[in-house]
Design a protein around this ligand. Structure first.
Ligand code: FES
Ligand code: FES
Length: 170
């Protein structure tokens, strides 16, 4: 069957068997190997991608079910090739990754959280990543990374003094 998706801002299409998972299609057909295969039965969250902005387990979906949707994989979060997103950079700075196997899924779960809530509490961060298992058990640093990214995003959204004076002068 033909499946047509918008992946990381680009229209993509492939012929897939109806039984093929979105995870396998992303890795095999679209060569996006940043989406990791872990348990492959919906437990670990390593395969997390964003479907129209919401985190989903790509091992639990058939590729054909994602037809027409916007998919974001870890390859799509950086602003430009060779650069890191604010969240990726925060994970590096706080040592929020060890072996890195859970990291793409964790970052996409964090991305979805910070898209809708730029100032999450610790409890909200824990809740947002609760479906993602880190076998290296680095949860403390992962939570710290998301808090750090949230602080940076809040600062980025704060008007600079010059912006304020422009607004006040109007
Ligand atoms: S690989 Fe999909 S949840 Fe584990
Ligand atoms: S960093 Fe190794 S599984 Fe999370």
């Amino acid at each position: 069957m033909k499946v047509e998706l918008r992946i990381n801002g680009q229209n993509r299409a492939a012929e897939v068997e109806p039984r093929k998972t979105l995870l396998d299609a992303l890795r095999d057909n679209f060569l996006l190997n940043g989406t990791h295969a872990g348990c492959e039965h919906g437990v670990c969250g390593a395969c997390t991608v964003l479907l129209d902005g919401d985190p989903v387990r790509s091992c639990l979906m058939f590729a054909v079910q994602a037809d027409g949707y916007e998919v974001t994989t870890i390859e799509g979060v950086a602003p430009a090739p060779g650069e890191l997103s604010v969240i990726q950079d925060a994970f590096c700075e706080t040592h929020g990754l060890q072996c890195g196997y859970c990291t793409p899924g964790m970052i996409l779960a964090a991305h979805a959280l910070l898209q809708r809530n730029v100032a999450p509490t610790r409890e909200e961060i824990v809740e947002a990543i609760s479906g993602n298992i880190c076998r290296c058990t680095g949860y403390g640093q992962i939570i710290e990374a998301v808090q750090f990214a949230a602080q940076r995003l809040q600062k980025a959204n704060t008007p600079r003094p010059t912006d304020v004076s422009v607004v006040e002068a109007k």
